[in-house]
Structure formats: C-alpha cells, structure tokens
Design a protein around this ligand. Structure first.
Ligand SMILES: Nc1ncnc2c1ncn2[C@@H]1O[C@H](COP(=O)(O)OP(=O)(O)OP(=O)(O)O)[C@@H](O)[C@H]1O
Ligand SMILES: [Mg+2]
Length: 473
C-alpha cells in the first residue's frame, strides 16, 4: 500500500517537473517574442521622436526665414541632422520640360542628383517616389528602395549610397503642386503609418509657408511697384509743372511782343506831336514870334503827352506783373484794362468792339492772369480777321453772372474755327499760323490760367459766323 502510494507520488512529481519545464520554455519564448516587439517598438518610437524633432526644426525654419531658398536649405539640413536620414532633397517642376529639377539637398548626395532624370509623366522616369507623389499631388512611400520595380532606374545608385527606404511628399503653392520633398533612410521599412502622418504634416507646413512667402513677395513687389509709380508720377508732375512755367513764360513773352507793338503804336502819335512841338520852337524863334505864353502852352501840351506815354508804360508793366496771391477782382475792370492796351491795334484794323455788361462782376483769382487770357483771345480774333480779310470785323464781349459765377463771352465774326481742329485748339503748340506768327501756346495757357489756377472753365464753340469763347469763374 505504501509502495503504491510512493509510486504515485513519484509519477505526479515527474509530471509536475515536466509541466514546469514546458511552462518555463514557453515563458522564455514569450519573453523573447516580447523583447523583440519591445525593441521594435522602441526603434519605432525613436524614429517618431526624430520625426517630431524634424517637424519642430521645419517650423523653426518657417518662422525665421523669409526667402524660399534659405527656407529649403534649412529644412533639408534640419531633416538630415535631426531625423537621421541619409539624404533629403527638394525638386521643383520645370513646366516647360515636365522634369523635376533639384533645387536643394543635404546628406549623402555624392553626385546622385547631378544627372538625375525624374519626370512628372507616366513613364519609367516618372514612376519613382518623387514623380508619383507629384503626379498624385500627395505622397509616395517606397519601403524597399533597392528592390522595388518602380525604382529600378535608381537601384544601383541608391544601393551605393545606402538608400533602403524613401518617402516623397508633394509641395504646393496656392493649391498647385510645384514639386516634392524626398527623403531616404538607410533602413528598409522605415516609414510606418505614424511617420507618414508626420510627413504629411511637414509638407502642409512647408506649403503654408510657401503660400505666405508668395504673398509677402507679391506684397513687396506691389509695394515696390507702387513706390516706383509714385516717384514716376511725382517726377511727371514736377516736369509738367516746369513745362507749365515754361509755357507761361513763353506765352507772356509772346504777349509782351504783342504789347510792345501796341506801345509802339500808342507812342508814335505823341512822339510825332512832341517832335512837332520841339520843331515849332525853332520856327517861332526864327520868325521872332517866340514868347512866354507860347512856351507855357507848348510845355503843358508836351507834359500831357509825356504823362500819357508814361501811363502806357505803367499799364504795360502792371499788366505783365504776375499775381502772387489770389484776390477778389472786378472782371469788368480787367476787360477795360485789356481793351485799353489793344485799342490802338484794334483801331488800326478797324475792329468794332462792343461790350455789354449786366450785374455785379466780382470774382476771385489772379486778375493779371485773367486779363492775359482775355488778351490771348482778343489777339486771336484780330489774327482771324486779318487772315480771312473779314469785311466788317466785330468783337462782342458780354459780361454777366450765371449761377453765382461771372461769365464772359467773346464773340467774333471771322468765320469760326474749322470743325476738324476745334478739339485741338487748347493743345500746347497747336497752331494754324505760320512758324513766325504763332507758337500755339496762347489758348493752352489761357486754359491753364482759368481752369487750373482759378478753378473756372474756358471753352470754345462756333456760332453764326464766328467763334465764341466763354470764360466762367
Ligand atoms: N477766334 C478764332 N477764330 C478762328 N480760329 C481761331 C480763333 N482763335 C483761335 N483759333 C485757332 O486756334 C489755334 C490755336 O490758338 P492759340 O492762341 O493757342 O495759338 P496761336 O494763336 O496759333 O499762337 P500763339 O497764340 O501762341 O501766338 C489758332 O492757330 C487758330 O487756328
Ligand atoms: Mg493765339
């Protein structure tokens, strides 16, 4: 009985021992498997951590860079150094050739990119990771670079440089694919799902930065263009201002020439009379008729004549003195002043002048310049009468107020302005007179005076049998 019990116990013990051995072996296996999994996970975590570091470097570069080349170069260097990759490069599409041109790289290039031919089309050169990522506008992972049939063209070169996995991800600007970023690792199966997510994030960040760089460049360009345009405008305004002053000068000179002619006319008569008076002294003396009364009488007449001549000069100089400040002035007075100065010439041409004046005619501006505009118009009428040999030349000046403005119309009966030139008569240098007769600045200057300097309007139209100029201020 005891013997039996002993045997049973021994058996049970053996069984137990076997079970323990079996369990221990099982546990060892599980342990090994677990260790393998843990090592794999650890490696994966390391890679992911590195990829996070790459993302951080990328964002750092984005924030601190404002030109594309520096951004690309910082990203390529940062990705190799912090991600532990063999090489990284960025290629951009050359629209004309449809090929991808490397613009930046870092790592074990060693001539790999020198003659690389990668296209965006569906052809052997476009079937690798970069071409595929660009064509699809997303990414392409190749976890066995030196065996994958799609990378056949680059197997040898890749093997020499230790490229075992590669990932390409498309870069965009304003939602348009412009190229790709391609990364090589020396480990096969390097790019897991989580890595791909991080790569996608990286491409999004770069594309966002490129969009903003584009905006900044456009903004800078627009700003530069605006600056250039403003300077050009300022220059033009200055040139225009200079030109205007030149015109003003020229027009004043032309008018002065006209007025010197007038003065010569106005002086001829009194000068002749003065000459006669002086000669009369000789006669009366020779004939013994010279006496005090005769002398006094002749001196008085002479003094009046001299006074008249002096006044003419006074009128002339004040007429040509430019007005510095704007002031209120009486339009009727300016018309009278201008007519006094043209009187002699108009009489010589037997031009009949009629002035009709209704209402108050005070306005604000530059009176002398206003008178010059009037003078230009009157001289033009005289020229028209003389060239067309008008039978009974007549100028009618009407002065009235309309809607609070003083209006002057100057009408002649010289036949009017030919319709084909009526739109041009206010242009600078437009003249139908011979080169020694007209410069073509008279009406241009008159328009500048009335419209730019005084805020009024000057226009011309044809009426019945002549031209009508209308000044509103
Ligand atoms: N009253 C008018 N009747 C017909 N044509 C006129 C009359 N006034 C001006 N014109 C036309 O307008 C043109 C331009 O006149 P504007 O006074 O600007 O220049 P101009 O008289 O030719 O030369 P400038 O006045 O510089 O000596 C004249 O050449 C002429 O053909
Ligand atoms: Mg003229």
């Amino acid at each position: 009985m005891l013997r039996e019990t002993e045997d049973e116990l021994g058996k049970a013990h053996d069984e137990l021992e076997l079970r323990v051995r079996e369990r221990t072996a099982e546990l060892l296996e599980t342990n090994k498997a677990l260790e393998f999994v843990i090592t794999k996970r650890e490696a994966e975590i390391r890679r992911i951590n590195r990829m996070y570091a790459v993302l951080s470097v990328t964002n750092h570069a984005i924030v601190r860079t404002n030109d594309r080349d520096t951004l690309f170069s910082n990203i390529c260097r940062g990705t190799v150094e912090h991600g532990g990759f063999k090489m990284v490069w960025i290629g951009l599409i050359d629209d004309e050739s449809g090929m991808v041109k490397p613009v930046c790289w870092h790592g074990a290039n060693n001539g790999y990119l020198d003659d690389i031919r990668i296209s965006v089309r569906k052809e052997p050169e476009g079937m690798g990771p970069t071409g595929s990522a660009i064509r699809n506008g997303s990414y392409y992972i190749c976890n066995d670079f030196i065996h994958d049939p799609r990378t056949l063209l680059w197997h040898e070169q890749g093997r020499e440089r230790g490229f075992h996995s590669s990932a390409s991800i498309a870069l965009t600007v304003n939602n348009k694919v412009i190229g790709a970023l391609t990364i090589y690792s020396d480990e096969p199966n390097y790019f897991c799902t989580q890595m791909i997510e991080l790569l996608k994030q990286m491409a999004l960040d770069i594309s966002f930065a490129l969009d903003n760089l584009g905006h900044a460049v456009r903004y800078r360009d627009a700003e530069r263009a605006l600056h250039a345009e403003t300077s050009e405008r300022l220059r033009l305004v200055e040139a225009l201002h200079k030109k205007e002053q030149q015109f003003m000068h020229q027009s004043r000179h032309a008018a002065m020439g006209e007025m010197i002619g007038n003065i010569a006319h106005q002086w001829r008569q009194p000068l002749n009379t003065l000459a006669l008076i002086i000669q009369s002294f000789q006669f009366t003396c020779e004939e013994g008729r010279f006496c005090k009364e005769n002398l006094d009488e002749n001196v008085t007449v002479s003094m009046e004549l001299i006074e008249y001549m002096s006044r003419t000069i006074g009128d002339f100089t004040s007429f040509f003195r430019p007005d510095k400040e704007k002031s209120s002035f009486n339009v009727h007075q300016e018309i009278s002043k201008t007519l006094t100065l043209t009187e002699v010439i108009f009489n010589e041409y037997r031009i009949n002048i009629e002035v009709n004046h209704t209402g108050e005619s005070v306005t604000f501006g530059h009176p002398n310049e206003y008178a010059q505009a009037l003078l230009n118009i009157l001289v033009n009428a005289k020229d028209a009468f003389s060239s067309r040999k008008t039978g009974s030349p007549k100028v009618k000046i009407n002065l009235f107020t309309e809607e609070g403005k003083s209006v002057v119309t100057i009408t002649d009966n010289a036949g009017g302005i030919p319709e084909e030139i009526i739109d041009k008569i206010f242009d600078p240098y437009f003249t139908t007179k011979g080169p020694d007769k007209g410069t073509g600045v008279g009406l241009y200057m008159s328009k500048i005076i009335i419209e730019n300097n005084m805020g009024g309007t000057l226009s011309a139209r044809n009426i019945d049998n002549g031209a009508e100029f209308r000044i509103e201020v």
